[in-house]
Write a protein that binds this ligand. Structure first.
Ligand code: H2U
Ligand code: ZN
Length: 353
């Protein structure tokens, strides 16, 4: 018997972190149990007088939001990181170690409309979000006490999101977060060895194989990475080797908005539900160095597995050994690729003809 990764259990290397994932493809030979459930229709109003993110409303701290009509950003009233934290550390015999951490947390409203999400916004409106991400990155990243700027979105109640109003967050801090440390190490090792970007080379192989690509445009490719852990995990990679969002050209920023829209519409269409996820942009540290090894990309980590309510659990072997998946990344990519690019809420029903 010869090893066939489409049938036999195997582990796959995550190029970006150096971690491994166990893939058990034979377990997904069971018929596809995915289903569209009758979840209560989303009937949010365009404006909610009780929402702390809607225009003109008061936030918990007592501040009032302006009557914004595109995007709006403010400093988180309950910031996890504060910029006046004094420097200092604890070290007891090398066994108890702690370091003070400082930073700034921001909240970004993607739209004044309480009832929208990124896939329901048009490309021009998403482009405004991209512009705001770039502006915030510039302002926060230029501070001497900020060495990394993490832009992210936590979407859906399932992900612990506290408010359905479309919004994301930014945590900017003095030290590098763990995932960035891991990715920096991997990207640098490849760059030092080859003089090339790890993700440029990876993308080349993905374009030869094609099986994991979900959607692409002139400047970005969205694919289910070979080493994906979450069932419908996606990695968005810029075709051009660049380090930070501020280096994107106007055309690239438009393309970035376009790929986000087309990917998230597919996500919503998969189970005909507002698809929860945590997503975030990974880019070079803002520590004053050039970081030629870095390559801008965005991760989407959605928890859903089989339906609008059945999610993947990261428990048992995954907590104690390493992550595992049944459905293959190739299969997940094919599912997402085959979905329409018109949002299900905008699709005509049979009755409507
Ligand atoms: P999440 O929905 O992902 O939890 O993000 C909402 C953030 O908004 C959260 O970090 C902040 C919370 O601290 N927030 C304010 O800054 N002001 C408020 O009035 C309520 C919530
Ligand atoms: Zn709102």
């Amino acid at each position: 018997m010869t090893f066939n990764p489409n049938d036999h259990s195997h582990t796959r290397l995550n190029l970006l972190t150096g971690d491994w994932v166990l893939v058990s493809p034979h377990r997904s030979k069971r018929p596809w149990q995915g289903k569209v459930e009758d979840v209560p229709a989303d009937s949010r109003p365009a404006y909610d007088p009780k929402c702390y993110l809607c225009p003109g409303n008061e936030r918990v701290g007592g501040e009032k939001n302006p009557a914004y009509d595109t995007t709006f950003v403010f400093t988180n009233d309950f910031s996890a990181l504060q910029n006046d934290t004094p420097a200092g550390e604890v070290n007891r015999k090398g066994l108890l170690q702690a370091k003070s951490e400082s930073g700034i947390c921001r909240v970004i409203c993607f739209s004044p409309r309480h009832d929208l999400t990124l896939p329901e916004m048009d490309t021009a409106a998403i482009r405004k979000v991209v512009d705001l991400w770039a502006d915030e990155f510039t302002t926060l990243g230029s501070r001497s006490d900020i060495n990394y700027v993490q832009i992210f979105e936590n979407k859906g109640e399932m992900m612990g999101c506290s408010n359905p109003h479309p919004h994301g967050q930014i945590w900017a801090q003095r030290s590098l977060p763990l995932e960035i440390v891991k990715e920096s190490t991997q990207l640098k090792a490849h760059y030092d060895k080859t003089g090339r970007s790890l993700l440029t080379d990876y993308l080349e192989v993905e374009q030869e194989e094609k099986t994991r690509i979900v959607v692409e445009n002139e400047h970005f490719v969205a694919l289910v990475p070979f080493w994906a852990v979450w069932p419908f995990e996606v990695l968005v990679i810029s075709r051009r080797h660049l380090q930070q969002i501020t280096q994107l050209t106007e055309a690239e920023k438009d393309a970035y908005a376009d790929i986000i829209r087309r990917l998230t519409i597919r996500y919503d269409n998969l189970f005909r539900v507002s698809f929860p996820y945590s997503a975030g942009i990974h880019q070079a540290p803002t520590d004053g160095n050039t970081h030629p090894e870095w390559h801008l990309h965005m991760h989407f980590y959605p928890p859903l597995l089989r339906s609008a309510t059945v999610k993947k659990f990261m428990v048992g072997y995954e907590m104690l050994g390493n992550p595992q998946r049944d459905i293959t990344p190739e299969w997940a990519a094919e599912r997402l690729r085959s979905l329409p690019e018109v949002h299900y809420k905008a699709q005509k029903t049979d009755n409507e003809g």
